[in-house]
Design a protein around this ligand. Sequence first.
Ligand SMILES: CC(C)(COP(=O)(O)OP(=O)(O)OC[C@H]1O[C@@H](n2cnc3c(N)ncnc32)[C@H](O)[C@@H]1OP(=O)(O)O)[C@@H](O)C(=O)NCCC(=O)NCCS
Length: 318
Amino acid sequence: MDDDENIVIIPYADFNRWKEIMKIIAEFGWFYAEEDYDRFLKGFGEKNFNGLIAVDKKSDKILGSVVIGFFESIENSPALVSLGLYIVLPELRGKGIGTKLFKEVINDPRFVNVNLGLNGASYMSKKYAKIFGYDKFPNWQVCKSKIKICDINLNALQNDSDIDIVNVNDVDYQKLIEYDTNIQGGIRRDKFLKAFLDTKTNFAKIAVNKNGEIVGFGNIRTGVNNQIGLGPLYSNSKSIAETLLKQILESIENLGSYDCFRIFPPNINKDADEIFSRLCNGKVDVSGGNSFPQFTKEIIQADTSKIFSITEYGLNAA
Ligand SMILES: CC(C)(COP(=O)(O)OP(=O)(O)OC[C@H]1O[C@@H](n2cnc3c(N)ncnc32)[C@H](O)[C@@H]1OP(=O)(O)O)[C@@H](O)C(=O)NCCC(=O)NCCS
């Protein structure tokens, strides 16, 4: 292929490069944030986060990208190498650039024999299974749905008076990790969650019962294209999820200045459907379809009855 010699695949560790990728992603319609770079880098640690880009040697323009994050095993927790942000500029697809990026990023000597996972777009999912062995599927998919901010009616949601809503710093962080680990299938996200919840541009709240136990937590972050996105929203019950959602949205003072609210519920959580539908009087836009969590060695068994929105669909299984 003639193009080959003009294209290099290189690692990047640079926020300016990330911002370029965010532009490509914003045009494609995925939900990410500029701040996610910092969240991923800090959350995985430099040695467990890797991004590759395909670059045109002459113009230095980014043509495609892929990133991976490695959730290490802690106290025998399952390890997982997650892959995301896999994209090539529309006009250059079908020329082998994507496959090169993909092969190079997973062909990492640190990750031999580690379970690999990704959230596959519906039209790619079977191909990942066939060619790269991502053939273990849980019984659910991630909905990539949206609600227009102008359709949100916060009065449609109720508060559960049996719980208190507090801030992340008000709870024992280790207890939060325990809660998180049980719900999203045993993966330990000790560093990740701290980085993900602890920035100036997001809104996170924890639900605590009268015994002081954590019974839910939720987070909204701002992202590309003047959108906000929900993730995670985990809770022990529908009424707690509803309370968290209401109070987090109410805490966003300039909520009306955003265009769109992105939500990522498991398709089998009917309680989540009902809450989101009530929030916008039935106007949930589901045209984004579903993505498929898929793994090479073992399925990460998340508790979807407690997941009302996954964390984010790039590098997190749930
Ligand atoms: C997916 C994408 C990155 C592939 O990039 P690309 O440069 O077009 O890929 P290639 O030219 O190497 O693809 C050659 C073939 O291999 C397939 N392919 C690409 N990467 C693959 C992978 N990791 N596993 C299996 N098949 C793959 C392609 O779909 C194509 O299949 P086809 O011949 O049946 O059409 C690109 O299509 C894209 O940007 N799509 C939009 C974003 C998106 O949906 N990304 C996937 C998110 S899960």
